[in-house]
Write a protein that binds this ligand. Structure first.
Ligand SMILES: Cc1ncc(COP(=O)(O)O)c(C=O)c1O
Length: 496
């Protein structure tokens, strides 16, 4: 298996980044029921190459520039193998003490790498601390539910006649109109209204827009209680203004959750740490080492200033989960910090990665990706047919052909149909924009340059098709004319 994995990753550049299969391709390739008799490992591995690989999108190909990166490193993979072997379910300290204790210490290590305020660290006797959630979506939901409980209890303490239902129907949460859909989902699951705050010209949430919404809602008898600020939005990697939004949340007594799912990893570099300024106003902070910090999925790091906000909201204590140290004040039972009961030994991945790369190795990795993004940005800027659509701060470049949405949709369609590279779009103020995210651990400048050459070829073809269409319209209907002048594709692989 290890040989197969190593061969797969070392040879990934030779595989087409996006599969050719159609929906339902797999069902006809495997039996309709599980085998009655055991099969051999060799038979399964053979089928991996025949059945699974043809349907895999190769996220770690150096030609994958879609979404945001998902982390991949050998230390993390090895740690995950060990995690599988130990196979514990570390919901409480007693359920596997090393699983709990390593997680608390790793979250402190990581918090220190980011220079998080001391209040977020567990330390020897801190009130805060970190937990590994599965995803940023879960972290936002956990924060929202904890904030909901906190405000409900506060209001009921002041006015005991208020029912939970009466409070719930008035609660309002806020996030920028650029926030990830998981924030809206948290509102849906949490049963509270979520309002989108219009972002400014740089796609950032600012004080004035938030303040305006708060005043309007309070005047209407609603109860603001929760704000999500995003550092590194999904569409264009913009940054909400934490230094403006933070003090408002503090003054108004609103829980501030900071979602830095992608960008958070960059804050380990001193030159990017300023992007996190204002986190001192937050109640909870989250980012995904499983995106950009070489710790394979799943590993979403969440810190709170007051861990009693979580344990107070989610604590239930059936006899079968109790243990003799739970109230000693010395240990953490992570089951009270999350939605599920079960949890894997995920901190092993952090420990292996942090030790085998060192902080310096991780910083170098982030810096290289940011440099590659700027190199791509420079290439785009040299071509007057294109425009850059948002400031390039980290590893994401938003760009488009100057022209209509239809033209850019055609460009993306032709790029993704050719399957030499893979991109996804976003919408910025109703403009269809292509996103170029530096993703793979092994991506080099040469791959970025080849990707850009390929995009230029595709652009030339769609522009030519557009011109032909215009000419056709001007000339009126004609028979036998070619509408689709297909340009031969550069075979990227052969050039590397
Ligand atoms: C800003 C932001 N928040 C949240 C998420 C959701 O992440 P997850 O898959 O960990 O829930 C993403 C995903 O890309 C994101 O970019």
């Amino acid at each position: 298996m290890v040989d197969y994995m190593a061969d797969y990753l070392e040879g990934i550049e030779g595989r087409q980044v996006f599969p050719d299969v159609c929906p339902g391709y797999l069902r006809s390739l495997i039996p309709t029921t599980a085998p009655q008799e055991p099969e051999t490992f060799e038979a399964i591995i053979e089928d991996v190459e025949k059945i699974i690989m043809p349907g895999v999108t190769h996220w770690h190909s150096p030609y994958f520039f879609a979404y945001f990166p998902t982390a991949s490193s050998y230390p993390a993979m090895l740690a995950d193998m060990l995690c599988g072997a130990i196979g514990c379910i570390g919901f409480s300290w007693a359920a596997s003490p090393a699983c709990t204790e390593l997680e608390t210490v790793m979250m402190d290590w990581l918090g220190k790498m980011l220079q998080l305020p001391e209040a977020f660290l567990a330390g020897e006797a801190g009130e805060g601390g970190g937990v590994i959630q599965g995803t940023a979506s879960e972290a936002t939901l956990v924060a929202l539910l904890a904030a909901r409980t906190k405000v409900t209890r506060r209001l009921q303490a002041a006015s005991p006649e208020l029912t939970q239902a009466a409070i719930m129907e008035k609660l309002v949460a806020y996030a920028s109109d650029q926030a990830h859909s998981s924030v809206e989902k948290a509102g849906l699951i949490g049963g509270v209204r979520l309002k989108a705050i219009p972002s400014d010209g740089k796609f950032a949430m600012r004080a004035s827009a938030l303040q305006e919404a708060l005043e309007r809602d309070k005047a209407a008898g609603l109860i603001p209680f929760f704000v999500v600020a995003t550092l590194g939005t999904t569409s264009c990697c913009s940054f909400d203004n934490l230094l403006e939004v933070g003090p408002i949340c503090h003054e108004e007594g609103l829980w501030l959750h900071v979602d830095a799912a992608y960008a958070g990893s960059a804050f380990i570099c001193p030159e990017f740490r300023h992007l996190l300024n204002g986190v001192e106003f937050a109640d909870s902070f989250n980012f995904n080492p499983h995106k950009w910090l070489l710790v394979n999925f799943d590993c979403s790091a969440m810190w709170v200033k007051k861990r009693t906000d979580l344990t107070g909201a989610f604590r239930l204590d059936p006899v079968y989960l109790r243990h003799s140290h739970q109230d000693s004040g010395l240990i953490t039972d992570y089951r009270h910090w999350q939605l599920p009961l079960g949890r894997r030994f995920r901190s092993l991945k952090m420990w292996f990665v942090f030790r085998m790369y060192g902080v310096k190795g991780l910083q170098a990795y982030i810096r290289k990706h940011v440099q590659l993004a700027h190199a791509f940005e420079a290439l785009v800027r040299q071509d007057a047919r294109f425009e850059i659509c948002a400031e390039v701060t980290l590893g994401l470049v938003c760009f488009r052909l100057k022209g209509s949405n239809k033209l850019n949709e055609a460009l993306l369609e032709s790029i993704n149909s050719a399957k030499k590279i893979h991109l996804v779009p976003c919408s910025l103020r109703d403009r269809f924009v292509l996103r170029f995210a530096i993703c793979s651990r092994t991506v080099e400048l040469a791959h970025v340059q080849l990707a850009w050459e390929h995009i230029r070829e595709m652009a030339a073809a769609v522009l030519r098709a557009q011109e032909e269409e215009k000419a056709d319209k001007a000339e009126g209907p004609a028979v036998g004319r070619s509408h689709h002048d297909i340009v031969p594709l550069t075979v990227l692989r052969d050039q590397t």
